[in-house]
Design a protein around this ligand. Structure first.
Ligand SMILES: Nc1ncnc2c1ncn2[C@@H]1O[C@H](COP(=O)(O)OP(=O)(O)OP(=O)(O)O)[C@@H](O)[C@H]1O
Ligand SMILES: [Mg+2]
Length: 204
């Protein structure tokens, strides 16, 4: 059964990290899926959009529509996009038959201390405007399908919670052992190969 698994949360909360793991596990289990990551989408699909509320909502609805089409043709959509506004997320929930929202929950202070891409420092310095959590709102999901706390639990623990949720809903067939199928290095290589095979712009 196809579905859309949407990871929402602050920058640095862990959306890319967790969604990639899940995506590769689904592939390993023989399921057809696509991984739509915010950075890739903005570089390849929504280049003309900025970070105003209007543009963010267009981006989120656009990805929702593509996910709906993918699902219709039996392809699972795994999305890692902040999607800060509740109304746009709600619209996608209405459009997509099997919409599973994962709130990747991490307090701003922790996400900021990780500052994986150095963006929080730039946002605090005023170099980047409209930065979620700093100068732009993040409307926390009130009723997500699943919430994972990435400040309290490890990557593997959060990953296991997500797989468990999908299995218990019958969206993914059960497997006795839900440990990640690939090492981090293998996962990185596989992701780059996957993007290159689709003709995406190469990541930094
Ligand atoms: N439980 C956890 N789950 C996910 N990531 C975690 C966890 N604990 C620590 N981390 C670390 O937090 C960082 C999350 O970065 P990641 O790029 O996944 O964030 P993101 O939500 O995709 O941000 P952005 O919106 O900027 O793309 C990684 O360095 C990851 O190793
Ligand atoms: Mg990311």
């Amino acid at each position: 059964m196809s579905f859309t698994l949407w990871f929402t949360g602050l920058s640095g909360a862990g959306k890319t990290t967790l969604s990639r793991k899940v995506f590769f596990e689904l592939r390993e289990r023989g399921l057809k899926g696509e991984h739509l990551d915010g950075d890739i989408i903005r570089a390849n699909f929504s280049q003309e959009l900025g970070f105003s509320q209007r543009d963010r909502d267009i981006n989120v609805r656009r990805i929702g529509f593509v996910s709906h089409l993918l699902n219709k043709h039996g392809v699972i959509s795994v999305v890692a996009v902040i999607a800060p506004y509740a109304a746009a997320r709600r619209q996608n929930r209405q459009l997509i038959e099997n919409y599973v929202e994962v709130f990747v929950h991490c307090p701003l202070s922790v996400a900021e201390s990780r500052d994986v891409k150095g963006l929080y420092a730039k946002a605090r310095a005023g170099v980047i405007p409209n930065f979620t959590g700093v100068s732009d709102p993040y409307e926390e999901p009130v009723e997500p399908d699943l919430e994972v706390r990435t400040d309290l639990n490890s990557v593997d623990e959060c990953y296991a919670q997500i797989i468990d949720h999908l299995e218990s809903r019958g969206l993914v067939p059960r497997k006795p052992d839900c440990r990640p199928c690939l090492t981090v290095a293998e996962e990185e290589r596989a992701w780059r190969e996957h993007l290159a095979s689709l003709g995406y712009a190469i990541l930094k």
